[in-house]
Each structure stands twice: as C-alpha cells, then as structure tokens.
Design a protein around this ligand. Structure first.
Ligand code: RFL
Ligand code: PHB
Length: 392
C-alpha cells in the first residue's frame, strides 16, 4: 500500500491530523494497535481550549461538540475550606473553555473518518518504522498473521507516550526531560449530577481533589492518591467518602453519589522529548510530551501540534516548501514548554507533597490567597487556563 502520510495511532492527535489532512486533499492512513472500542473506553481529558475548538471546527467535526459541550467561563479554587471563583471570561476579554470529553472528540473523529471512507487499520501488531532518514519511509505491521508494508512520504508519530515512534529514534538524536510526581489521580465517572456548575480544584490537608463533569447528568471526579495505590483498594463508597471529606461543607452536603461507570488511577508526569522532527518522522501529542492533568493541557497540546503539522504538510504539498516543516519542532516546543510550566505550577500549588510538610501547605495557601486576591495573578492564571494563542 502507498499513502502520503502514515499516521501511527488513532488517539485524538492521529485522528484529528487525519481529518485536517483529508480537508487539505492529502492522503493518509491511520495505523492503530488497539480496537476502536478499546480506544473509546479510555476516559481521559474533559476540557477543550478555544484553539482546539477551532481546529475541530476546521476538521468539520465540531457540530456535536457545539450542541452538547458545556462552555465554561470560570473555575473555582477551594482552599482553607472556602471556594473562590476565577472569572476566566472576565479576565481574558471573553474567552472560555468547553467541557466535552476526549471520548466524544474521539468518537466524532472516528465517525467522520468512517463516513469519508478513509482507511484506518485497527489491531495492527508489531508496528515498525523504517527509512525515515531518507525520502521514502515505510511502516510495517502484522495483521491476521501476515506482514504488511505501507510506503509513504512522511510518518506522523501520534502513538502516545508508550508508542513505537519516539522509541524508533536513535537515542543520541533525542534529548528528554522528565519529572515524575510522587502521587497519582484516582478518577471516577458516574451518572450523577455535578456537585457545582463549574469545575472545582481543591487544595486540602488530605490532598488534591477535582470536581469535573461530562454533562448535566454525568460527573467526573478525582482525588490525589499515593503513587503506589491500587484501584482495587477503592470501593465506590471509599471514593465518595474521601472526595466528600475534601470538599467545603456546602459542596459536601450537595454531593450526589452513585455507582461508578469507570474507576482508574493515572500517574502524574512532566515529560518533553526534543526535537519533535527526525527527517521524515514527525512526533505529535503524548508521543513527544506529557503534562500532569491539573492544567487540562494534554489533549489541547496534542491538537495544537497536529494543527501546526497539517499546515506544514499543506505547504509541502501545495507550495513545495519545506520551511514550515523545518519550523515545526521549534514552533510546537515553544507552546509545549509554556504548558509544561503552567501544568507543573498548578500541580505544585494544589497537591499535597509528602516531603514539604506543614510549611509547604502554608506557602501554598499564601500563594492561593494572593492568586485569588490579585487581578494580575488571576489574569496570568486565566490566560494560561483558557490556552495561549496559536502562534503563526
Ligand atoms: P493517545 O491518546 O495516547 O493516543 C495514542 C494512540 O496510539 C496507539 N498506539 C499505537 N498504535 C500503533 N502502534 C503502536 N506501537 C502504538 N502504541 C500506541 C494507542 O493505542 C492510542 O490509541 O495520545 P494522543 O493522541 O497524543 O492524545 C493525547 C491525549 O490522549 C492526552 O494528552 C490526554 O488524554 C492526557 N490525559 C489527560 N489530559 C487532560 O487534559 N486531562 C485529563 O484528565 C487527562 N487524563 C491523560 C489522562 C492521559 C492518560 N494516559 C496517557 C495514560 C489520563 C491518562 C491515564
Ligand atoms: C476532566 O474532566 O477529566 C478533567 C478536567 C480538568 C482537568 C483534568 C481533567 O484539569
């Protein structure tokens, strides 16, 4: 088989890239290790920035998001037992975020791909990347016991943190930066009405908690747990009790509990691999960088990367210009590092760190008080939360 762009991974970055390329008349094949149901079963991000909303619109898949997504103009910070609102809209000249689950984004992209008759190879085994240092790269995979080869002009590595793309780059060509946090997030999805109409990020003596949602009848909640914690140790009751103990009295009183639809623990990590381009292999999304989820940036960074990548490929095929491809890595990384900084800062401010003790919590509280009391500090937070501009 031959295509212009072989995309490894059918997560949000691979599928969005496929859609943007198709709109630009560029042919692509998506190669995914898992089945569609498996991909859709992963419950992850929930907050979309304007840049992501615009890219989904450009890709022609924004209709359901606009109909069912929930625009949010503020978030609440809970500390010392009281909630304080950050007016995102008021502080950023009218910008907001959209609460719409990654699962739904993925489903919309999968359906658009199927409707357009585009090729996706699911359950591809032993995917390997070849010759991306030359002009005729290849991707090989196995399916139903047979080996297949796809010849292409470019390989887009959209296969997440554990994928094969970054691992195929010679070690000496890659510089990596990493920080692993000493805790994870235990998340629960449940068909209960959200405790508040806006997201609540809580800093408490028992650790961080986040109240999020997917709709008016479906909630997504998280509590910070030790890194080594096992999800089997958490019954639904234990989760709800812990969450309730981390809320202010009014929210604790209003919390509606119910059976969990999904329950899992995610580790927290900051990670960047530089550069994001090696000849004809271009990395995008979690394959190149990971942020702790506190800033809600992972999915948004993935979308921005493929926005830049689709544009660079359009310039390559349209104007025969490689200059946008040459700038791809630098352009992405500038935005990536700012989101890394914000996600690290917001994580540091809201989580309980085992080794900083009582003084650590007092310093966090002082910063949170400054943050909610100072227009300058609130504005800096709001600008980052709604998303930094998509640079040209
Ligand atoms: P994805 O979503 O990981 O998709 C990569 C796809 O590549 C496939 N794959 C392979 N395919 C072929 N061959 C191979 N060898 C392959 N290896 C892997 C995988 O099966 C998968 O389908 O990366 P992408 O597209 O870059 O999207 C990034 C986002 O998914 C990610 O940034 C966010 O979900 C991060 N994230 C969260 N972000 C938030 O903003 N809020 C959250 O609450 C949040 N929770 C999370 C998360 C990421 C998690 N990970 C990565 C484990 C919770 C978890 C558990
Ligand atoms: C979510 O709804 O899953 C969510 C929302 C905000 C975050 C992280 C996750 O910062």
């Amino acid at each position: 088989m031959r295509t212009q762009v072989a995309i490894i991974g059918a997560g949000p970055s691979g599928l969005l890239l496929g859609q943007l390329l198709n709109k630009a008349g560029i042919d692509a094949v998506v190669i995914e290790r898992q089945s569609p149901d498996y991909v859709l079963g992963r419950i992850r991000a929930g907050v979309l920035e304007q840049v992501t909303i615009d890219l989904l619109d450009k890709a022609g898949v924004g209709q359901r998001m606009h109909a069912e997504g929930l625009p949010h103009g503020g978030i609440e910070l809970l500390f010392k037992g009281a909630r304080h609102r950050i007016d995102l809209e008021g502080l950023t000249g009218g910008k907001h975020v959209m609460v719409y689950g990654q699962t739904e984004v993925t489903r919309d992209l999968m359906e658009a791909r199927a409707d357009a008759g585009l090729t996706t190879i699911y359950q591809a085994g032993d995917v390997t990347l070849h010759d991306f240092d030359g002009s005729q790269p290849k991707v090989r995979y196995t399916r139903d016991g047979q080996t297949h080869e796809i010849a292409c002009d470019f390989i887009a590595g959209c296969d997440g943190y554990h994928g094969v793309s970054r691992a195929s780059v010679p070690e000496a060509a890659l510089r990596t930066y990493e920080k692993v946090y000493p805790f994870g997030w235990l998340g629960v999805l449940a068909d209960v009405p959200p405790v508040s109409h806006e997201l609540i990020y809580a800093n408490t003596g028992r650790g961080f908690a986040l109240c999020s949602m997917r709709s008016a009848t479906r909630s997504r909640y998280y509590v910070q747990v030790p890194m080594e914690e096992k999800v089997e140790n958490w019954s639904d009751d234990a989760f709800w009790n812990e969450l309730q103990s981390r809320l202010d009295p009014e929210a604790a009183e209003r919390l509606v509990t119910g059976p969990s639809l999904e329950k899992s623990i995610a580790p927290l990590r900051s990670f960047v691999a530089e550069p994001m381009r090696f000849g004809r292999l271009l990395l995008a999304g979690d394959a190149a960088h990971i942020v702790p989820p506190t800033g809600a940036k992972g999915l948004n960074l993935a979308a921005a990367d493929v926005g830049y990548l689709a544009r660079a490929m359009q310039a390559f095929y349209g104007e025969r210009s490689e200059s946008a491809l040459d700038r791809y890595s630098d352009l992405c990384l500038r935005r990536v590092w700012k989101a890394e900084r914000f996600s690290w800062w917001f994580t540091s401010l809201t989580h309980k760190f085992p080794d900083t003790g009582a003084i650590g919590q007092k310093l966090q509280q002082a910063e949170l008080e400054y943050l909610v009391g100072s227009r300058a500090a609130s504005t800096a937070m709001a600008e980052n939360y709604v998303g930094l501009p998509f640079a040209d």
